[in-house]
Design a protein around this ligand. Sequence first.
Ligand code: C5P
Length: 231
Amino acid sequence: MSTSLAGLRIVVSAGPTYEDIDPVRFIGNRSSGKMGFAIAAAAAQRGAQVRLIAGPVHQPTPRDVQRTDVRSAAQMHAAVLSALPADVYIGAAAVADFTPRSFAGSKIKKQPGEEGLTLQLVRTRDILADVAAHPQRPRLVLGFAAETDEVERYARGKLERKRVDLIAANRVGVEGSGFESDDNALQLFWPGGERALGPASKQVLADALLDLIGERLAAMTPLASPRTDQT
Ligand code: C5P
């Protein structure tokens, strides 16, 4: 039987972000949102109160899930932070790392004789790291890591750097798994442990991931009991 998550407030981010260059062009990525949507659906089925912050995707809203649609990394950042407090944050979105320094209000035209165009990009704010450092930090913060090689080294680096509790790493560029596929394989890392999940459908993986989240929450030190000292 699967672990109940009744009463837990879970915030999930899913999908890509689109960073607008001008009114007709943007920088995006190939994330379909399927993994995050599968997690949100499975968590709601287990009785959690689920907020889903979705980038631009073509996915139906899962039952009993409260969804907010956003477009850019900056909008996703604002929506995720305003969904706190929560007990668990699952950062499954493929957030753009860079965004155009400025938005061109009208369509950028080719100029005669112009051989190239340089776009200036600036870093986006890291939603996952900001959630992990937030005064209303969820008890458990989980990030994803799409890597093409040295999966464990980069995943463990991310655990420490972003101060998160769990990293779900998947190797991208492997046939039949990753971004646009219905199937995936995940390698979960936490301080002192790891577990391989799949290859399996994203629905099966979502359930296994929620089982692990239930286990990790149970293994964590219980919240400090109310202070009894008087000031
Ligand atoms: O460092 P990297 O982008 O590989 O980390 C991926 C994880 O960080 C994912 O969980 C993703 O949702 C999150 N992320 C974020 N904000 C960003 C970039 C990545 O929350 N600006």
